[in-house]
Design a protein around this ligand. Structure first.
Ligand SMILES: CC(C)(COP(=O)(O)OP(=O)(O)OC[C@H]1O[C@@H](n2cnc3c(N)ncnc32)[C@H](O)[C@@H]1OP(=O)(O)O)[C@@H](O)C(=O)NCCC(=O)NCCS
Length: 197
């Protein structure tokens, strides 16, 4: 049985990007991630990784992961000024986050293309509209930055996320895939694309 870290309370004093209602809930807040959020974001990231990749990546490797490496990765990403990192506060917890910015793939070329680098919601909040709210906020940020088209990479075996992105109108780019080596495994990723509008 998987043990998830407890959700921790959050602060809402930072500039708010979006407030909206989702289903019966009012007061969902989407705002920029601040340095002080990093420990909570790292804990959420780890919890979501463990739940999402259970059965895809080795159980022992997932169990051995700690928030230390997620925190380090977050601190280094935040030094990249081209990236936007947003989180969603809902029901007194940080419920998810998204990272986006310019597309990292060279070959897509032509016109300016944006990318969603990662989108994670807390497993206890899956299927409650948090992912949609974060995805739409990222699309709005990328549109403001004049990107007309968006790409993203997702693990081929990650059916949950692929179904989510298809609901969010992303279409698989059938010729694009890449393999990343982790935990002594070749992890195949596929690319999805959509126009902003
Ligand atoms: C993928 C993920 C972000 C979806 O977030 P979520 O908060 O559960 O998504 P939402 O509740 O906002 O769902 C939005 C829409 O997608 C649909 N959807 C979500 N998960 C789905 C699934 N597994 N199968 C089918 N549809 C799904 C919802 O029904 C909803 O449709 P609707 O708005 O038309 O009713 C979440 O499952 C997650 O964090 N997974 C682990 C991390 C991950 O794999 N991230 C992607 C790789 S970067």
């Amino acid at each position: 049985m998987m043990h998830l870290p407890a959700a921790r309370p959050c602060r809402a004093e930072l500039p708010i990007i979006v407030t909206r209602s989702v289903g019966s809930e009012s007061g969902m807040i989407i705002r920029a991630i601040d340095t002080t959020d990093i420990p909570d974001i790292a804990a959420l990231h780890l919890a979501s990784w463990r739940a999402a990749y259970d059965g895809i990546m080795p159980a022992a490797a997932l169990a051995a992961l700690s928030t230390v490496e997620f925190e380090a990765s977050w601190r280094s990403q935040r030094s990249d000024a081209q990236r936007t990192h947003l989180l969603c506060e809902s029901q007194g917890m940080i419920a998810g986050f998204v990272g986006c910015g310019p597309c990292r793939d060279r070959e897509v070329g032509g016109r300016p293309i944006g990318e969603i680098y990662e989108l994670y919601t807390h497993p206890i909040r899956w299927k409650q509209g948090i992912g949609r709210a974060l995805c739409e906020a990222a699309l709005a940020v990328l549109e403001q930055k004049h990107f007309a088209e968006i790409t993203l990479w997702v693990l081929r075996e990650n059916k949950r996320a692929r179904q989510f992105y298809e609901v969010m109108q992303f279409v698989q780019d059938s010729v694009a895939y890449k393999t990343l080596r982790r935990f002594d495994m070749d992890l195949v990723h596929v690319r999805y694309r959509r126009t902003i509008r």
